[in-house]
Design a protein. Structure first.
Length: 454
């Protein structure tokens, strides 16, 4: 799939605003709602009510347009897209990144977008994709493949739930959509994941840390720190795989005496991570304008945009290592809440092992399921994320040359007021001398972290 940047669509909107054509009923409702919204003071508690009314009216109009033809249905969807763009621009213009009412309304429109896309026929989906202002992410398959609209519907519904986890309509629609999919346990494409995270990059940190009480970065940082305290050393080169906006870097950057490299599929996430310094960003307030161009104290020495399964030493570490004669590898690889977007783990764990050498550490988190619930060892949940069983993870990692060093059941975050079930793994790439590795096995005495019996 190929993403159409929001800015590009924005310029298309500007360019077509002056066209002389009769307004559709959907556009008239949109103009009326936008006018009512702009009339209200920014401090008004009812400021977002016109948008709620617009969403309700557009849904009714779409449902009533079944008999009036394809053109009217697509006009409603195009109006929903315009509404999403307006709300997203409102967020970018706003100094406040936290507004629960506004976020609920934006989630409502993403949900509506997903629900309408789900109902389109093959020909309607094709027609919508041909419209120059369409926000559809283009798929790599047939241009007349209905899967294009189904994939975009899933993306929109995931966005809705990320913005507002209490959106029951979005959850129900996503569950219905996932039940239709034949290859439900397959990993989503890089383009799909990139678009998903690009869509909410600007508010990612706030929602995870504040709304969802996200704890994985600090849990991983605590574990890595305790490991080094025990071994009386530091990690050399560190890879933050699926680094996002750099939340983990805040907790591990002091543990490395070499390079720290972050890799992610989302360009917008990386743009935010690039601003992380010892004093700003990565879970702390963003830097002031005057400090953005400072080259001092950046947490990452390199940030790369790529699919994690495409990583090699040649395209990650080697370009930044001065002494190429020493075939250096990563001493520590971290993947915080990343493998929830993978079903089977064979390929990604094999990739990690090829970036490492004997004694290198691998720390990652997963959402937790049981073998009874997931006979394959993993399953796609209603949230759209994968959960993995403990046995599957350990068996797969072992087959790639890793040895389990630590295991712990964790609560990575809250969702809809409930604790998410997760687990934390630490592996060490095995040496040929297993007895030596046994002698060096890390022992942490605190009850919170305990070694796995081998």
């Amino acid at each position: 799939m190929k993403k159409i940047p929001l800015l590009a669509v924005f310029f298309c909107l500007v360019a077509t605003n002056g066209e002389d054509k009769e307004r559709s009923k959907a556009k008239a409702l949109y103009d009326e709602g936008l006018f009512e919204h702009r009339k209200m003071p920014r401090t008004s508690s009812s400021r977002w009510k016109p948008w709620e009314n617009l969403a309700t009216s557009l849904l009714q109009l779409f449902q009533n347009s079944d008999s009036s033809g394809e053109s009217d249905r697509l006009e409603v969807i195009e109006t929903i897209e315009d509404s999403i763009l307006d709300l997203e621009r409102e967020i970018l213009r706003s100094n406040s990144r936290s507004d629960s009412v506004r976020d609920r309304v934006l989630s409502l429109f993403y949900c509506l977008y997903g629900q309408t896309l789900m109902t389109l026929s093959v020909s309607e989906c094709y027609s919508l994709a041909q419209r120059p202002r369409s926000l559809l992410i283009k798929t790599s398959g047939s241009s007349k493949d209905q899967a294009q609209c189904q994939d975009n519907a899933e993306n929109a519904l995931r966005n809705a739930l990320t913005i507002d986890a209490t959106n029951a309509a979005a959850q129900e629609s996503l569950s219905t959509l996932l039940q239709r999919q034949v290859n439900v346990h397959e990993r989503k494409s890089t383009e799909f994941v990139s678009e998903l995270f690009d869509s909410f990059a600007d508010t990612f940190d706030n929602k995870l840390l504040n709304n969802l009480q996200y704890k994985v970065p600090s849990i991983i940082g605590d574990l890595a720190s305790k490991v080094l305290d025990t071994e009386k050393r530091s990690f050399h080169h560190v890879l933050d795989a699926g680094c996002g906006t750099g939340l983990v870097a805040r907790h591990i950057h002091t543990l490395s005496d070499g390079l720290m490299i972050g890799i992610d599929a989302s360009a917008k996430m990386l743009d935010i991570a690039k601003k992380c310094t010892k004093s700003y960003g990565c879970g702390l307030p963003p830097p002031p304008q005057a400090a953005e161009n400072s080259q001092d104290n950046f947490l990452y020495q390199a940030l790369l945009e790529m699919d994690l399964e495409q990583m090699t030493l040649e395209n990650t570490l080697r370009p930044f290592v001065q002494n190429h004669e020493q075939q250096e590898t990563f001493d520590l690889i971290i993947a915080a809440d990343v493998l929830v977007y993978f079903g089977e783990l064979e390929t990604i764990l094999d990739t990690f092992s090829k970036l490492s050498s004997t004694g290198s550490s691998l720390i990652f988190s997963c959402e937790r399921t049981t073998q009874d619930q997931a006979p394959l060892g993993y399953r796609l949940q209603e949230s759209g994320r994968f959960a993995h069983s403990k046995g599957y993870v350990i068996d797969t990692a072992t087959s790639k040359g890793y040895k389990i060093s630590f295991y712990e059941e964790i609560i990575p975050r809250m969702e809809k007021g409930e604790e998410v079930r997760g687990h934390l793994f630490m592996f060490v790439l095995k040496s040929e001398d297993l007895n030596k590795m046994e002698e060096n096995k890390i022992m942490i005495k605190e009850q919170k972290f305990f070694p796995v019996e081998l």
